[in-house]
Design a protein around this ligand. Sequence first.
Ligand code: ATP
Length: 312
Amino acid sequence: MILAVTMNPSVDISYPLADFKLDDVNRVEHVRKTAGGKGLNVARVIRQMGEGVLATGVLGGTIGDYIIQELTKSNIENNFLKINQESRNCIAILHDGKQTEILESGPTVSAENGAAFLKKFQVLLPDVSLVTISGSLPKGLESGFYRKMVEIGREKRIPVIVDASGESLRQVLLHHVKPFAIKPNIAELSQLLGVEVEQSESSLKQLVAKELFDGIEWVVVSLGGDGAFVKHGSDFYRVTIPAIDVVNPVGSGDATVAGLAVALKQNQSVPDVLKTAMTTGMLNTMEAGTGYIDRSKFSRFFELVEVRKIDY
Ligand code: ATP
């Protein structure tokens, strides 16, 4: 099965308001609460794709209990390290076609708890054929934490996909033990390289060919509605997708990681891996929920994705 890691999960609460009043009372009728955090979106989409998945990470308190309840309701196996602190709520106020977010930073994880999680991670690996690591680290854990997980994965010969940003991703890339795959978007790529990334094919090719990405089997730069630019080994690919009606694009990156993980687990061909990853991303944008896809639409959209090898 695939192990999906979320180190700082949340309960995502959405408050749709016809008329959002600042400095006044706002009453909400249709509250929606879901188990959130990027890795949990990944886990949900892997499950919807029919693959076995185990969700892990660190959580605690009544919010942690609610997350476990929700995962169990969705038939997602889970095995988290429970800590003595409350997990976080993340609130999205949906108003006038806009989204105002209030994000708690979540618990501070002690070094002891960090070490206990790494132990759990090691114990879980024998039953796992691929790992996804998504999202930010909780406070308290040092930025090299994901790097350690990649190293443990390598020791056990299990491919690890990292979808993170900032210093924790940089630490992963600078280490001599490389992840199997990464999926930065344009903003993350810009931040990583310290340059304003231009979306032209030649400029993307030049950037993903940089030494920083050497040794990573798959570098999938997702480009939102423009598809993706990909480096696989020493080959480069431009992946294009059809124009679709977008309902909610949030979590598309996570759905893309889920598709990538499923396709790699199934040893699909290179073009199919990319088509699967793009299709799950697209299907997520067509649903109101974050990290949800309608599997029945998969084949139709899969056929519409085009993969072109760049041979210059
Ligand atoms: P998020 O942070 O919201 O999870 P992201 O920035 O990591 O997303 P994107 O590059 O926006 O990731 O999207 C990932 C994939 O989802 C795209 O490569 C594409 O397949 C699909 N996608 C995203 N936005 C659109 C869109 N507007 N139209 C069609 N497909 C989209």
